[in-house]
Design a protein. Sequence first.
Length: 95
Amino acid sequence: MLRCVMQPTPNRNPQAEQMADESMVRNLAGQAAAIWPQESALLSQLDLPPKPHVLDLACGTGEFAWRFLEAHSDATLFLHNTFVGNYETARIALQ
């Protein structure tokens, strides 16, 4: 289950426009795909309870979130990101 939470905060990121660019989103997706095998190995060492509740701070476009939910479909995942554009991308992709 996915629960998206958003805390509106002033966007003080001087690179917000660049982070929202489609080429940056693709670049970050590629990086996330490249490191997922290492992250997955670390996560498999955790003693997660049944139906875990996980908070993904700075969720970006949800790259980690959807991979985590594929491996743990019974999890409840809470997303937070201060950059509205990437947060909305994650929310839509994970519905």
